[in-house]
Design a protein around this ligand. Structure first.
Ligand code: ATP
Ligand code: MG
Length: 212
């Protein structure tokens, strides 16, 4: 029987309970044997905000997933230069784990909406199935339309996964730390301590507007 592998890609800057709940629900509902968390690589050019070094993002992801025997972290994206295109990630993982296993890319409703703008969407859609997790702020009716369109027009295999709603985002966590507001219970305790110990997110990124 093929191994069913979930792939949870993200910037994880930092990882939070929204990511963990989506991955765990996907694991249970789709009988995944394991979920690989794949922190994205460092963008070579400065994008709209500077992203925390991959070393920190990787370690926080390891800390957050430590206690789940079915969760693992892959360095596949952070160990290669250049932007992390999902098609390249999936191909590298297929090479590593075998072409006959079944791959499920897990993402939130916001990310799935953008799927057709990703690199080589046609080929990507043929390589794996997609699990689109509901996310507060992204209406499920809209998600359903996107999923239907991807299926009808591109033959994509996309499944909607309803997860307990957690209105948590990494952006909000970074802003909270910068403003001295709490993040306890939004991230695992180990991640909280890691952020404190390394002084992460103390300054507000340049593109975030603050009240005077
Ligand atoms: P940022 O605010 O920096 O974009 P984020 O919270 O969206 O951070 P990402 O690392 O961008 O986190 O997300 C990785 C994946 O996890 C994406 O597919 C995203 O849609 C999904 N995701 C993030 N937060 C949630 C959440 N609260 N519920 C469901 N899915 C989520
Ligand atoms: Mg995001």
């Amino acid at each position: 029987m093929a191994t069913r592998i979930g792939i949870m890609g993200g910037t994880f800057d930092p990882i939070h309970y929204g990511h963990l709940v989506a991955a765990e629900e996907a694991r249970a509902d789709f009988q995944l044997h394991r979920v690989l968390f794949v922190p994205s690589g460092q963008p070579p050019h400065k994008t709209d905000r500077s992203i925390t070094t991959s070393k920190h993002r990787y370690l926080m992801t390891v800390l957050a997933t430590l206690t789940n025997p079915d969760f693992a972290v892959s360095r596949v994206d952070i160990d290669r230069p250049g932007p992390s295109y999902t098609i390249d990630t999936i191909e590298l993982l297929r090479r590593q784990y075998g072409p006959d296993e079944e791959y499920f890319f897990i993402s939130g409703a916001d990310a799935i909406k953008e799927l057709l703008t990703w690199k080589e969407p046609d080929r990507l859609l043929g390589l794996c199935e997609f699990i689109a997790a509901t996310r507060p702020g992204f209406p499920v009716t809209q998600l359903r339309e996107t999923v239907d369109e991807l299926g009808d027009q591109y033959g994509a295999r996309v499944h909607i996964l309803t997860v307990p709603a957690l209105a948590i985002s990494s952006t909000d966590i970074r802003e909270r730390v910068a403003a001295g507001r709490p993040i306890r219970y939004l991230v695992p305790e180990t991640v909280l301590y890691y952020i404190e110990k390394n002084g992460l997110y103390r300054t507000v990124p340049a593109n975030v507007e603050t009240e005077a």
